[in-house]
Write a new protein. Structure first.
Length: 213
């Protein structure tokens, strides 16, 4: 097996996309609205984990710009390099959340925008539970996914071949609730990335809170 093929599938895809991913999704009003809902509830100077931080925009940039301490992790070396250059006010590391155990209750909030789709359903379930434990009691979890009832399905994303696994919207919301989180806000939308090979995709944005002890 070639060295590149042995890496996480998401790393291969997003190394290839690089800054093109940011350009395609920069106009996402629902993403920015989700960040706005999170910012309204975050205490000043909060510590936030951004899982699948990509180019750092808009998530890490928005949160760091509001005075929060942001740690972004991503499996793509290209994305981590871009984010570090573009958002110097945040910290970025090359890491896979499936293999990274954040300390219990170590963050005030966790974000995971479209970072689960190339994981199996079992991995997604385990990661959401891990993120729920990573926030302090009363802490916040912001998640976004493409809500489709699909498992290990072949597809093409912005010209790149991908294998996608996801849940229907109701099932994903139940998964989040089952991780011990209370859903505070839910938005479903249809968004078309600004890319010639992109097509309209359904999107689901959730904001949830870990129960206070």
């Amino acid at each position: 097996m070639a060295e590149e093929d042995s890496r996480a599938p998401a790393a291969v895809v997003f190394d290839a996309l690089g800054a093109a991913y940011e350009r395609a999704f920069a106009s996402s009003a629902p993403h920015r609205a989700s960040l706005g809902r999170l910012l309204e509830l975050l205490p000043p100077g909060s510590r936030v984990l951004d899982v699948g931080s990509g180019t750092g925009r808009p998530t890490a940039e928005t949160l760091a710009g509001a005075g929060h301490r942001v740690l972004g992790i991503d499996v793509s070396p290209v994305m981590v390099g871009l984010a570090a250059r573009q958002v110097p006010g945040a910290e970025f590391r090359l890491a896979d959340i499936r293999e990274t155990p954040p300390a219990e209750a170590s963050f005030d909030a966790v974000c995971g925008y479209f970072s689960l789709l190339q994981m199996t359903r079992a991995e997604q379930t385990a990661v959401v539970a891990k993120l729920a434990r990573a926030v302090r009691p009363g802490g916040l979890v912001a998640l976004a996914t493409v809500p489709l009832d699909a498992e290990d399905a072949d597809g093409v994303f912005m010209g790149q071949p991908v294998r996608v696994t996801s849940f229907a919207a109701e099932d994903f919301t139940r998964l989040v609730s089952g991780a011990g989180l209370t859903v505070l806000a839910e938005e479903r939308t249809l968004f078309t990335p600004a890319h010639p090979d992109a097509s309209p995709e359904p999107q689901l944005f959730l904001l949830a809170r870990r129960a206070a002890d």
